[in-house]
Ligand binder design. Structure first.
Ligand SMILES: [Cu+2]
Length: 136
């Protein structure tokens, strides 16, 4: 069976509107932060009030989580994506995880460093990323 991970934990904007307000407090956390190589089931609970998603990307070289270039659309490149959890109460890719809902995906990961991130417009720059390390 897979390992348990949770996130993202988007903060709750006081006015309930998506946008810049409250985005400085957005975050995404993995539990645990290190897992053995092989099939890894990423389970996500959206504890925030906005729609989120989690995408799994390798971290090249010495790059740290949060260092990807953000394009003019407020998103990062998903090239090389190994999978994503973005379907409300479902597996794999969808239209985003509704507030309060769960989502999941199973990916096969070799030993290395990975980044879990939310690529909803503006969320990466607001801090929705975290590193996941995979050991042998
Ligand atoms: Cu997000």
């Amino acid at each position: 069976m897979g390992r348990m991970m949770r996130g993202p934990n988007g903060s709750a904007p006081d006015n309930g509107r998506p946008g810049w307000y409250g985005m400085g407090m957005m975050r995404l956390a993995a539990h645990p932060v290190t897992v053995p190589a092989g099939k890894v089931t990423v389970r996500v609970v959206n504890a925030g009030t906005l729609v989120h998603e989690v995408i799994v990307l390798p971290l090249p070289g010495a790059q740290a989580a949060g260092e990807r270039a953000v394009g003019s659309g407020g998103r990062v490149s998903e090239a090389g994506s190994l999978g994503e959890a973005s379907r409300t109460c479902g597996s794999g890719a969808g239209d985003g995880i509704a507030p309060g809902a769960a989502a999941w995906t199973t990916v096969t990961l070799r030993p290395g460093r990975y980044e879990l991130l939310c690529n909803v417009r503006g969320h990466y720059a607001a801090g929705m990323y975290t590193e996941l390390d995979v050991t042998r």
